[in-house]
Design a protein. Sequence first.
Length: 157
Amino acid sequence: MARFKKEKSGELPAISTSSMPDIIFMLLFFFMVTTSMREVVVKVQNRMPEASEVQKLEKKALVSFIYIGAPKMSKMYGTESRIQLNDSFRNVADIPEFIYLEREARNEADRPLLTTSLKVDREVKMGVVTDVKQELRKVGAFKINYSTRKKAPKTHD
């Protein structure tokens, strides 16, 4: 009987890189599909106040944002507090139409769950915020959220 000896070479075989472009394009495509871009360009100053009791929103897809603050481009728009709905400056009277369009853009089952989040600069006078809240009440948008930053805990030396 003949014996076959296996020749052992000390080198590792070369790794095939022919499928690497396919993997790279798959990853690129995955990140392009799953990444969401910022939908609204904030045109007002938005230094949010601090709060000690903060809760995160459960479904951010059901949140409509109203930005209130001084315009970032003060030479063009002045220094008075402005209301920003989506990508444009609007008046308090435009809020009912904004809420109506936001409701229409949602599924009918999700409409009662719609939350309006007020992102208000800490230097804004409360009169503007009160006017916005009155308009929200008129259209039945009772779920209101105030966006804040979490207050940093005090450190003792």
